[in-house]
Every structure is written in C-alpha cells, then in structure tokens.
Design a protein around this ligand. Structure first.
Ligand code: HEC
Ligand code: HEC
Length: 291
C-alpha cells in the first residue's frame, strides 16, 4: 500500500492507490447520513433481537425480554371484538323487530354488520347491493315485493325460505304448467301472454290481448290478482309493473306460462342464528328497501 496520498488529476479526488492498466480507483466514501442510518439500523436490530422474539427454532422462536407474542395479541383482539359483537347480538335476540328499529345504536351496528352478513350469505343470489340477478333472483332494493316487504313478512321469508324442501313452513305456491301439462292451447297461451304485456302497455296485438283477458280472469287472477298487480299472500308477482323475474319479452312470458320456473330460496333460520336472521331482516328492510 502506498503511504502517500495520491489525487486523480482529472477529478481532483483522492485515489485509493489501486490502479489497473492506468485506471485508478477513486476514494469516494459513503455519504455520512447514509452511514449513520446504517449504524442506527445495526443498533436497532441488536436491540430488537434482545427484546423481541427473533431467532426461529424448531420449537418456537427465542422469546425476547419483553415477552411479546403476536398470536396472543391477535387472540385478545378477536376476543374483545367477539365480546363487543355479542353484546349487540344479545340485544337483537332479546328485542322484537319494531323495538330494534327504534334503537339508534343497534341500528348503526346492524347497518355495518348486516352489510357484511348480507355480502357473505345473500349477495351470491341477490347481488351485493340487493339489486338482484336475472333468472329469478329478485331485487331487494326496490318497493316491489313478491311475498311482502314489511318487517314480519321479510322475517318470515328469510327465516323459512321459499319452495325449499328443508323447511316445511317454507313459502310455497306453484304456478301450473299451462303448456307442458296442456292446460291451455298454444293459441290461448299466446293470447294471455299478450294480455299480460298489455298490463304494462307493451302488447303488440290488441285483439289477442282482448281475447286473453278472459283466460286471465279465469286462470290467472286467483294468484296474480284481478288487476294483475299481484297477491303477496300467495307470492303471485305483480305482472303490471314491468319488473320481471324471468324477463318481460313476449317469448319469456310465453315460456313462463308454458312451463313456469319456480324460484327457490334456502331457509336461513336453519343455517343462521335467530339474531342473525333478525339482523338481516332489518338490514334488508331499512337499508335496502322495505315497507
Ligand atoms: C340460492 C339463492 C338465494 C340466496 C343465497 C338467497 N336468496 Fe333470497 N331469494 C332467492 C330467490 C330465487 C327468491 C325469489 C323466490 C320467488 O320466486 O318467490 C328470493 C326471495 C327473497 C326475498 C323475498 C323477496 C320478495 O320480493 O318478496 C327476500 C326478502 C330474500 N330473498 C332475502 C334473502 C336474504 C336476506 C338472503 C341472505 C340471508 C337471501 N335472500 C339469500 C334466492 C336466494
Ligand atoms: C297457483 C298460482 C298461480 C296461477 C294460477 C298463475 N300463476 Fe303465474 N306465477 C305464480 C307464481 C307463484 C309466480 C312466481 C314464480 C317464482 O317466483 O318463481 C308466477 C310467475 C308468473 C310470471 C313471471 C313473472 C315475472 O316476474 O317474471 C308470469 C308472466 C305469470 N306468472 C303469468 C301467469 C299467467 C298468464 C297465468 C294464467 C294463465 C298465471 N301466471 C297463473 C303463481 C300463479
């Protein structure tokens, strides 16, 4: 090593004295701030190593002087959250639906908790905001109710479900298969479909609609109402409001009359707790749309 300090004659920077083929190495030290940060990190890591769990062994990591354990911490947080939740859920279980809707604090809890629970259980069929999905999954976010939109009716629907085989109290009403079981001639089905369309001013053949009116009165009004506005006691949907479970095109209506689809909904009373069902009922009623 040369003892004399040599300077690079182009940049004026000291060199380390190393030289290869006439190229000399400049001595450019690390910036001070960087070095201090580096030393601080080293000191920090040693301190961390002493105080916190650090080196992993097969039977667990070294404990550290503070005895910190992230798993215990998480368990504590979960336990606290559970306790806080059960406080609300106990109140929901104890009160009746009307009383709950009058309790502002409980309603705040239901708005948040109900959204999560709706997302977990109901959104796959009814959409995240309750907007429904084509193919028989009704929107829960409008004022059009098949089985009734007051608290008691929504509760019953959610608790027992619709046309399922697991709950004998499930809501049940099956529209006859007018085409498949040859209860009506194809021409009659065409005419009554035109009549159904005329209820929302969409008929394309007014003569056919007029002929269909008679069939409607005889065959359909018992479930869909004389005016076609639906009968919630029987779950016969409103046919006059241009809101459709299975589509409002002529072919779709003819298909429904010929071989009706029957929507099925699970009985949530068999899957969730009483308090959960109440929470969902009120969430649907108050935060999506109810009557
Ligand atoms: C597997 C699909 C499915 C799931 C999951 C589901 N539903 Fe339904 N739901 C339906 C169908 C289908 C109907 C319409 C049945 C019919 O045609 O009458 C319905 C109808 C309803 C109705 C009656 C609507 C009305 O207009 O009267 C309510 C209320 C309801 N669901 C709430 C819920 C809630 C709350 C959940 C979550 C706990 C849920 N549903 C989960 C399929 C489902
Ligand atoms: C025994 C009761 C009953 C009778 C009678 C009945 N329906 Fe229905 N209808 C229903 C029910 C219940 C539904 C809903 C099915 C569902 O929710 O999945 C329905 C659904 C429909 C739909 C689909 C509505 C939509 O929103 O997509 C049409 C259209 C319809 N009916 C027309 C008729 C016509 C026309 C007749 C007479 C020829 C008739 N129904 C007779 C019970 C009945």
């Amino acid at each position: 090593m040369p003892t004399k300090v040599e300077k690079d004659h182009i940049s004026g920077t000291e060199t380390t004295g190393h030289e290869w083929d006439g190229i000399s190495e400049l001595n450019t030290p690390l910036p001070k701030w960087w070095l201090y940060v580096f030393y601080a990190c080293v000191i920090w890591s040693v301190a961390y190593f002493v105080f916190y769990p650090a080196i992993p062994f097969s039977d667990g990591a070294t404990k550290g002087l503070l005895g910190y354990n992230s798993r215990v911490e998480v368990e504590q947080i979960v336990a606290e959250a559970k306790q806080a939740k059960s406080k609300w859920m106990d109140q929901i279980a104890a009160k009746d639906l009307e009383a709950i809707t009058g309790d502002e604090e409980l309603m705040q809890f239901i708005q948040a908790g109900g959204r999560t629970m709706f997302g977990d259980n109901c959104a796959p069929c009814h959409g995240a905001g309750g907007q429904g999905r084509p193919g028989g999954y009704p929107t829960l976010a409008d004022d059009d109710w098949i089985w009734g939109g007051d608290l008691d009716n929504i509760y019953y629907t959610v608790a027992h479900g619709i046309r399922n085989v697991t709950d004998e109290d499930a809501r049940l009403n099956d529209m006859p298969r007018y085409g498949a079981d040859e209860l009506l001639e194809p021409a009659q089905i065409n005419d009554v479909a035109e009549y159904v369309l005329s209820l929302s001013n969409k008929a394309t053949d007014n003569d056919a609609a007029a002929r269909g009116a008679e069939t409607y009165a005889e065959e359909c009004s018992a479930c869909h109402g004389e005016d076609g506005k639906g009968l919630q006691d029987l779950g016969g949907p409103n046919l006059a409001d241009a809101i459709w479970l299975y589509g409002g095109e002529k072919e779709e209506i003819v298909a429904q009359i010929s071989a009706p689809k029957q929507g099925v909904m699970p009985a949530w009373g068999q899957r969730l707790s009483e308090a959960d069902v109440k929470m969902l009922t009120i969430y649907v009623h108050s935060y999506l749309s109810g009557q």
